[in-house]
Structures are given as C-alpha cells and as structure tokens.
Ligand binder design. Structure first.
Ligand code: PMP
Ligand code: GLU
Length: 397
C-alpha cells in the first residue's frame, strides 16, 4: 500500500495552482477557456534582466553560490531596501530563495513550534495557512470584510493576540483583495505589536511596485518594532519574473541565519543564473516598471467598470496588485434550473462550466462569499470574459 505521511495528507493543494491546471487541461481538450485564475503578469521580463542572464550563462556563472545568494546580489538588495523603502538591512540580513514562497516557508518552519498561534488576517494568500499547518502551528483568522476594505484594524489585531501567539502574516498590497494598508494603519498595528516583543511579523510586500495610490509603505519603517519584522519581497510580480524563482527577505540577523540553515538543507541557493537576473532587476530604477503598473491600473478600471454592469458583483476598489475580489452573495440560492449556487466555490464552478472563465473561489483565501478575479491579462480577454460572465450570470434566477 502506498502510505504517505500525515503531513502531506493534511496539506491542501494550492487552489490557485489547481484552478490554473484545470483551465490548462480544459484548453488542451479544445475548450475556449479564458483563465483569470493565476496571479502572474502577462508582460515580458525587462530586456536588461534577460541580457544579464545570458551574460551569466556565457561567463559560466554555473556553480553553487552562497546558500543565501551571492554577496553582490545581497548587497544590491540591501541598496534596494534603502532606496525604495528607507530600510537598513545589511547583506548578512538578506536571504535569497527560490521564490518568495520559499522565503515564507523558511521563516515559518524556522520560527513556529507545534501549537504556536499565527494570526492571519482573512482574506489571505493561500499558502500562508498551509505552511503554518506544515509547521504544526495553529492559524488564527481575523476576518476583515468588504465593508472595512478587507483590512483588519489594530483593535482586531490586539483582540486576537493570546499568550501563544508567535507570528502575524499578512500582505500589503494584498493578494487577493488589492487593499493597501496606509502608513497610519500600519503604525497603529506596530503600536500594538510593540507590547509583544516575542511576536514576529511576516510582512509580505511582494506587490510593492504594483501600487496605484502612491508610495509603498513597509511595516519595518517603524524603528520601534523593526526587530520584530521580517520583510518578504521578490521579483516575480514587480519585474514579471514568475518563472525565474527569486524571492528574498530582510530580517533580524538571527532569523536570517536560521533561514539560511533551513535552506541549506532543503534546496541550497536558488539558480545562479536567476540570481544574476534578479541582480539586474535590483539595479533598475523603480520608474522603469511604471508602464506595466499603469497598464494594470487601466485594466483595473476597465474591469471595475464592466463589473458595474453586472448585477450582484459587489467589489471594492483595489489599490494595488492585480486582483479584484467581488462579493457574490447576491447569487446564493439562485439557480439556472440545474445547479443551485450556495457559495463562491459553486459560482466559480458554474462560471467555468457555463462561461468558460476560470477564477479562484474566495474560499481558498478565507472568504467563500467572494471570488478572485486576476486581471493580469489583455484588455480584449478581460472584455470577453466579463461579457461571458454577464450572460451566464443572467441565467441565474
Ligand atoms: N506572496 C504573495 C502574496 C503572492 O501572491 C505570491 C505569488 N505567488 C507569493 C508570495 C510567492 O511569489 P513567488 O514565490 O513567485 O516569489
Ligand atoms: N501568487 C499567485 C496567485 O496567487 C501565483 C500562484 C501561486 O503561487 O500560488 O495566483
């Protein structure tokens, strides 16, 4: 008998990846699917980054590097933190990993003991919960609905803290809601956290540059809690480099060392060529990606505008990232004569089958009243997808 570990049996499959796979399979069968499931930019990696990678191959940069990334790359990341975020992280405090996903796993596996509580504001990004479960931690969800723009308050945070709380994990700009915490909101949270010096925060800032409202605000900017914050970032979203697999952290030295040790046993450094590519990305002026960001903003406006023409899709105005997370409760209890829609998951299945539009159920992000719509695709496809959705949804009575 094939007997797997309890660990893997208890792990849920990543729903973003599962939905993208389903869409790909249906496409391969000839079904004309529009996939708005996976969150990845449809732009190309910047030319200077591609050139740097080609050069690295020709220069035989082909060997294992330092586990945390070669030193000049970490120095470049250190400069980036200072330049873009006003943060001081030395090269020793930086660990480069195989995507921010591995950065997050390194942190949680290095810091969470069985039974430790980890506060996760919902909606949250899918993988936070599963990696906490892997570490045998206990996720504690703090719900933030659309009426509070999907952001938790400092008071909610304080209420959720117990003697067992070890970590808070959240993203700003947020996947799946696009919400962004203001400097004042972050400061209010930081003031709560200051009273709990043993409570650490994983601040996932991977959508930093996809921000439509102004300057990115890092949680670690508040000096009085900087020693409690691990800043996670990466090149996947900002530089359209999802496949290159480079993420990184800036952290207190002892945490960076632990992550280096963890990674040294599991994967070692990420690909040497990808590191050279990421190095080139770090040297690019943030303004070089403004055209991509502006395209995303245009698409967001288009999607919100088209959604307004469909009854029952109640959306907030996302301020960053490339997702809209509409509340779809209006459709619960309605039917096309066959299926009765009970929740966001049913509605996603219905839209996949009937409209051939792939989305991700909000349940994957901790709120099954909603569905996630990624607008990281062309305007033509977005128009077509919303047209199909409008038609399919109008059949629900
Ligand atoms: N955090 C968030 C909020 C994300 O949306 C993603 C997207 N995959 C990641 C982390 C991980 O990114 P990557 O592993 O591609 O760097
Ligand atoms: N972060 C993206 C998303 O949420 C990519 C998929 C993933 O890594 O889970 O869709």
């Amino acid at each position: 008998m094939n007997k797997l570990s309890d660990r893997i049996n208890q792990l849920s499959e990543s729903q973003t990846i599962a939905m993208a796979r389903k869409a790909r399979e249906l496409k391969a069968q000839g079904v004309d699917i529009i996939s708005l499931s996976l969150g990845e930019p449809d732009f190309h990696t910047p030319q200077a980054v591609k050139e740097a990678a080609k050069k690295a191959i020709d220069a035989d940069f082909s060997y294992y590097t330092h586990v945390s990334g070669y030193v000049e790359l970490r120095e470049a990341i250190s400069r980036k933190f200072k330049r873009d975020n006003g943060l001081d992280y030395s090269a020793e405090q930086i660990v480069v990993s195989t995507g921010a996903k591995q950065s997050i796993a390194n942190i949680v596996l290095s810091m969470i003991n069985p039974g430790d509580e980890v506060i996760i504001p919902a909606p949250y990004w899918v993988s936070y919960v599963e990696v906490v479960k892997l570490a045998e931690g206990v996720p504690v969800f703090v719900h933030a609905g659309i009426e509070q723009d999907f952001k938790i308050t400092a008071a909610q945070l304080k209420n959720a803290i117990s003697a067992k709380t070890r970590m808070l994990i959240f993203s700003t700009p947020c996947n799946p809601t696009g919400s962004i915490y203001t400097s004042a909101e972050l400061k209010a949270m930081a003031e709560v956290l200051r009273d709990y010096p043993e409570l650490y925060v994983l601040s996932d800032e991977i959508y930093e540059h996809i921000n439509f409202v102004g300057k990115h605000e890092s949680l670690a900017q508040f000096d009085f809690i900087k020693d409690q914050v691990i800043t996670v970032n990466g090149v996947s979203k900002s530089f359209a480099m999802t496949g290159w697999r480079v993420g990184y952290i800036g952290a207190p030295l002892w945490i960076a060392k632990a992550c280096d040790k963890m990674q040294g046993q599991i994967t070692s450094a990420t690909c040497s060529i990808a590191q050279k590519a990421a190095h080139a990305a770090m040297e690019l002026a943030p303004s070089s990606i403004f055209p991509m960001r502006d395209q995303f903003r245009k698409r967001r406006d288009l999607v919100l505008d088209l959604m307004k023409q469909i009854p029952g899709l109640k959306a907030n105005t996302p301020q960053g990232a490339f997702y809209v997370f509409p509340d779809v409760q209006y459709y619960f209890g309605k039917t096309d004569g066959g299926t009765v829609i009970r929740n966001g998951t049913d509605l996603c299945t219905y839209l996949l089958e009937k409209a051939h539009v792939a989305l991700v159920p909000g349940k994957a992000f901790g709120n099954d009243d909603c569905i996630r719509f990624s607008y990281a695709t062309s305007e033509d496809k977005l128009r077509e997808a919303l047209l199909r959705m409008k038609k399919a949804l109008s059949d629900l009575k």
